[in-house]
Write a protein that binds this ligand. Structure first.
Ligand code: SF4
Length: 435
């Protein structure tokens, strides 16, 4: 990894250190990421009998409304209970107000099986205890409706941590495995339904029948957990969830993330080894997918090989994306930033990153922008707020949030993932031709 000396707080790695031993560039300055509420955008689509009630301000409501504009065509499965000025001034009993809102909501929407109260910056600032409120409301409304709570606040969290908080809370509600239960596998972290279906077919093909996904598609089908459960992380941000699962006796299967042909194969292989799948069976089941993924990625290699990429910290997917870009598309990684890094959970990714790449954790956005200007990358992967100013400077950008919203995991999506990076470069090329 590169040695960077601009910030005195930085711990550096020399160019010849072994992967795994290095210290990332750590920055604790101004950071620009969405808050944890944003994860409701994909969570409400995954768990289809849940309703997410944000307890927040008008700002929170505006964020959700603009992020989910398409929802105007459907009965929404999230809303914001707005904390008014009277509540902020302590003039109203917030718990009474909340109980009334929940009462009205559940009367109007009897289809809601799981009501999820989501904490925000304002609810945390006024110290509204949503966990207690959820327990009270749960007692009141069960068995027809269950009520739970988690924090999606933007105070010190990044947007993908909203999902992690939600899943960690769900783990406490998962039933215990029956004594002597058959070994089971849980895949942790929301992926598109179509990807889950593809993965299920591959696991079944390998003879791993007892497979479940977290979040489950229904709040009433949470998988059982215990010492005979092994789990695979599908997303690098489910760190608190992994800890909660380990506390309940489950074992984490160490693996890189299933991005690209290599990542997907290594991820499936880790599960195959855990479940003692015969090597020839593994090869036979994965070979067609590997070939399709390799050919699909190959189409974009010419456009991307040798391109210099700078990834800003946003979703925590960045180390895995950098590995895919470097190994499967021949890109040069200038910097891969991540808002937060759990060393153990990304160890397999870090080991495959080139020594020339700077890996940074946290953010000091001004210093990072300076590094972009100094290194002049071909493509910048960054948040929406930084994308437009960089485009105005004539640089190519990719909004990192697109990588969270798009199906990118697994063999069948490997080509689409490569295309997401190739598209902005092609567009910039067309703009140049047109000028
Ligand atoms: S939770 Fe905090 S950061 Fe997120 S929209 Fe509400 S006020 Fe803003």
């Amino acid at each position: 990894m590169n040695v960077v000396t601009r910030n005195p707080d930085i711990a550096c790695q020399s160019a010849d250190s072994r992967p795994g031993d290095f210290q990332p560039l750590r920055e604790r300055g101004q950071h620009e990421v969405f808050c944890g509420l944003t994860s409701i955008m994909w969570l409400h689509r995954k768990m289809q009998d849940a309703f997410f009630l944000i307890v927040g301000s008008r700002t929170c409501a505006h964020l959700m409304q603009s992020a989910a504009g398409v929802m105007i065509f459907a009965e929404p499965r999230f809303a914001t209970a707005i904390i008014g000025e009277r509540d902020l001034a302590g003039m109203a009993d917030m718990n009474d107000e909340l109980d009334k809102v929940v009462e009205r909501l559940l009367a109007r929407r009897p289809d809601i099986k799981m009501l999820v109260l989501v904490g925000s910056c304002p609810s945390e600032v006024i110290k509204l205890d949503l966990s207690r409120a959820a327990s009270r409301l749960d007692r009141l409304h069960q068995p027809r409706h269950r009520v739970m709570a988690y924090s999606g606040s933007g105070i010190e969290t990044t947007f993908t941590q909203g999902e992690d908080n939600f899943l960690a809370e769900l783990v406490t509600r998962m039933p215990a495995e029956k004594p002597g239960a058959a070994p089971s596998l849980i895949v942790v972290g929301a992926m598109a339904d179509v990807v889950e279906d593809q993965m299920t077919r591959i696991f079944h093909g390998m003879g791993i029948e007892n497979v479940a996904f977290l979040p489950s598609r229904s709040s009433e089908s949470l998988p059982a957990i215990g010492p005979n459960t092994a789990f695979l992380m599908a997303q690098p941000w489910v760190n608190a969830t992994a800890l909660a699962m380990q506390k309940r006796g489950a074992r984490r299967i160490a693996a890189p993330y299933p991005l690209g042909e290599e990542g997907t194969t290594a991820w499936l292989k880790a599960a195959a080894e855990e479940f003692r799948v015969d090597a020839s069976r593994f090869d036979a089941i994965t070979a067609p997918g590997r070939e399709r993924a390799r050919l699909a990625v190959e189409r974009y290699r010419e456009a991307l090989a040798g391109k210099r990429i700078f990834l800003f910290p946003d979703s925590q997917l960045e180390p895995a994306l950098a590995r895919f870009l470097h190994r499967e598309l021949g890109c040069e990684i200038i910097e891969a930033g991540t808002p937060y890094m759990h060393r153990e959970h990304v160890a397999e990714e870090l080991a495959q990153l080139p020594a020339s790449a700077t890996l940074s954790e946290g953010q000091d956005v001004e210093l990072q922008i300076d590094r972009v200007h100094e290194s002049n990358p071909d493509l910048i992967v960054c948040g929406m707020g930084l994308g437009n100013p960089f485009e105005a400077e004539g640089r190519s950008t990719k909004w990192s949030i697109e990588l969270v919203f798009s199906p990118i995991h697994g063999y069948e999506q490997a080509g689409d993932l490569a295309e997401l990076f190739a598209r902005p470069l092609a567009r910039r090329g067309l703009l140049k031709v047109g000028t």
